[in-house]
Design a binder for this molecule. Structure first.
Ligand SMILES: C[S@@+](CC[C@H](N)C(=O)[O-])C[C@H]1O[C@@H](n2cnc3c(N)ncnc32)[C@H](O)[C@@H]1O
Length: 278
């Protein structure tokens, strides 16, 4: 386990993932009923963009750095940016929320949150960062066991974020297995899988497997910052969203072109379609 998310916090892939997560939670908050949020590969929860690791790559400058001062923010971006503004009250962008902190700040008193992280040091930091919130449980176990360990939840609505580091060749197929297991245990699970856009051949297989996963419906949202013609670099990233809440597709149809323009490096692009239509 060499991957440390601190090197990548706030990059274009985090912006896509966190913005969509924020919108999913906002759409769920239209109803009073509680939801559970499960994060199988949680990271440390909160990142210092002026710290050694983030500074060494500077990836955040091409991600959240480009949105921070933008004057033309579409309305759906506001909730996500408000969390970041609250973390940086002096107006200088330094602290960036990982998915746990974002979910913690956007959820309500009646919601419950389960964060899982396997790396012992990152797990300890995560526990420390989350210690004052009684709604949060931090687990230091195997992320691939989360669907089996925590589903079904007593809440009727559940969001599961599956965000592995993709250090190993089998992680795309493990994501599909985790999705199948989640849907098998709780059919209405809103599962969000993040994936890198690198090797097109591997992705074609992944899309095929996703479309046979048995999810009631599955939305694919992708954001490219380079043309998808190299397997060596991160051209962009995607999210496969099972049981995407009503309204998300329409929002993303206007958000993704805006993001692609804002975050393009050599060339921006986007895609939004249903791998499984309802
Ligand atoms: C991409 S990062 C997560 C970022 C986080 N979800 C966010 O958006 O802020 C992936 C995390 O998974 C952890 N990890 C790696 N293998 C794991 C496993 N088998 N089970 C659980 N966590 C794992 C890594 O230590 C890393 O912190």
């Amino acid at each position: 386990m060499n991957y440390r998310h601190a090197f990548h916090a706030g990059n274009h892939a985090d912006v896509l993932k966190h913005l969509v997560l924020a919108r999913v939670l906002a759409l769920l908050a239209r109803k009073e009923a509680p939801y559970a949020y499960l994060d199988s590969h949680a990271g440390v929860g909160l990142y210092d963009l002026a710290g050694d690791q983030a500074t060494r790559t500077g990836e955040w400058e091409q991600g959240i750095g480009r949105l921070w001062q933008a004057q033309d923010l579409p309305t759906p971006v506001e909730g996500y940016l408000e969390v970041i503004r609250a973390l940086n009250a002096d107006g200088r962008l330094r602290h960036y929320p990982g998915s746990p902190e974002l979910a913690r700040r956007l959820s309500r008193p009646q919601d419950r949150l389960h964060f899982n992280e396997k790396h012992p040091e990152d797990g300890r930091l995560l526990k420390d960062n989350m210690k004052d919130d009684a709604r949060v449980a931090v687990h230091l176990g195997e992320g691939w066991h989360v669907p089996r360990a925590l589903l079904p939840t007593r809440e009727k609505r559940v969001v599961l974020l599956i965000d592995p580091p993709f250090e190993q060749a089998d992680e795309l197929s493990r994501c599909v297995q985790a999705l199948e297991e989640a849907i098998g245990r709780m059919r209405q699970t809103i599962a969000i899988i993040w994936y890198p856009i690198k090797d097109e051949r591997q992705l074609r297989r992944f899309y095929q497997d996703l479309s046979k996963s048995g999810a009631p419906k599955l939305l694919r949202a992708e954001l490219l910052v380079h043309p998808a013609d190299s397997a060596e670099r991160l051209n962009g990233s995607g999210l496969a969203i099972a049981n995407a809440p009503w309204g998300l597709e329409d929002e993303l149809r206007s958000l993704l072109p805006w993001l692609a323009e804002r975050l393009a490096q050599s060339q921006g692009g986007w895609r939004l379609d249903w791998l499984i239509a309802e």
